[in-house]
Design a binder for this molecule. Structure first.
Ligand SMILES: [Zn+2]
Ligand SMILES: [Zn+2]
Length: 376
């Protein structure tokens, strides 16, 4: 049996922290080896200190109160406890050497049943406008998740204290039983049904979680969206998922990003592509064209005699890279647009002008005509 720390300090189990402290001070003074030279005083002093170390620490005290050990439940307590309580096998109804072994396996099994269970990850989708993705933003999302009950610290017991060791499994969380099979007697270990493997019996349920130890909550979570994020990329908030059980780690929150298309740009990585139709005469005579930027606009000069489909690269005017301060480009493809109608006067004028081009070298067209002849 573990030492009774309350008896050692001469206080009741319900003693306040102050009462424990004052009892310890009085005894420590009385048995301090410098003062008390009688036989056994040093031993007693050690004992007093040990008791105070446990009872003055809320965690250790709670473990001691519930499990009879400052360390809380462990497989060895299980065995010792079963012996100490006299009823070897307690609620198991075992006897004999075989079962002594079973008790051990049950004891080891306990750590498995009581094992921390990690919370699950949560995946949600987040819609962003083009601008939000390009410049980054802070966005609030609604997450439905499981959170450890803060009122009972996840124990499910009122104030986190109204529980005792499960009498069915003696805190193990597992129960061992033997089965007679054709291969002989087989020992099996299963999760304790009385406590669902927690090893704890709740005396009074926590009213905030109805004894579950967790609550399903709707949380508004603020997400920092970095500039440059693109469609189908995932933002992860570590620990933002469902809460772990029995000290297990929390799951992560994964946010799948969906970015709305820009009205004009077509995004290609960190580059933005844009096709601009200009009147055909702009290609011949040159001119200026207003081009959108991620913010505002700019004007580019089209030199005279520009070929259709010429790409004008606006370096560094694209999107900021996610992991650096580099920027992509805006690639503007200039395409000539022919008129859809011509009045008589214009048509006659063009026919006249056409002759002026006859000595021009339309090299690409001439090559095409040549190639066509070759394959005929
Ligand atoms: Zn149990
Ligand atoms: Zn609770």
């Amino acid at each position: 049996m573990a030492k009774n720390y309350y008896d050692i300090l001469g206080v009741s189990k319900t003693a306040s922290a102050d009462e424990i402290k004052s009892a310890y001070r009085n005894l420590a003074k009385k048995y301090h080896p410098d003062i008390n030279k009688t036989e056994g005083a040093a031993e007693k002093f050690k004992e007093i200190n040990e008791a105070y170390e446990v009872l003055s620490d809320p965690t250790k005290k709670s473990n001691y109160d519930n499990y009879g050990s400052a360390q809380g439940p462990n497989p060895n307590d299980f065995f010792g406890g079963a012996n100490g309580s006299g009823g070897f096998g307690g609620g198991f109804g075992f006897g004999g050497l075989d079962d002594l072994f079973n008790m051990f396996s049950g004891g080891f099994g306990k750590s498995r049943a009581n094992m921390a269970v990690d919370g699950q990850d949560i995946n949600i989708k987040m819609n962003l406008t083009f601008e939000e993705a390009v410049f980054g933003c802070t966005k609030e999302v609604n997450v439905s998740k499981i959170e450890t009950c803060s009122k009972c610290n996840g124990t499910g017991a009122k104030n986190g204290t109204k529980y005792t060791t499960c009498p069915e499994c003696n805190g193990a969380g597992t129960v061992s039983y033997t089965e007679n099979t054709i291969l002989g007697r087989v020992v099996r270990t299963g999760v304790c049904k009385t406590c669902n493997g927690t090893g704890k019996k709740i005396i009074e349920k926590c009213e905030y979680c109805n004894g579950d130890g967790y609550n399903k909550v709707n949380k508004t979570v603020s997400i920092n969206v970095p500039a440059g994020i693109d469609n189908d990329q995932v933002l992860t908030k570590p620990g933002g998922g469902n809460a772990g059980v029995r000290g297990g780690r929390n799951g992560d929150l994964h946010i799948y990003v969906s970015v709305k298309d820009h009205k004009m740009f077509v995004r290609d990585g960190y580059d933005l592509n844009l096709k601009v139709y200009v009147p055909f005469y702009t290609l011949l005579l040159g001119g200026e064209v207003e081009i959108p930027l991620t913010k505002g606009t700019t004007t580019i000069k089209i030199p005279e005699l520009t070929q259709s489909n010429t790409i004008f690269k606006l370096k560094g005017k694209g999107i900021k890279n996610l992991n650096s301060n580099n920027y992509g480009n805006i690639n503007v493809t200039i395409v000539g647009e022919a008129p859809k109608s011509l009045n008589k006067e214009t048509k006659q004028a063009l026919e006249k002008v056409k002759q002026n081009f006859e000595n021009n070298d339309f090299s690409r067209y001439k090559n095409y005509v040549k190639d066509l002849k070759d394959i005929k």
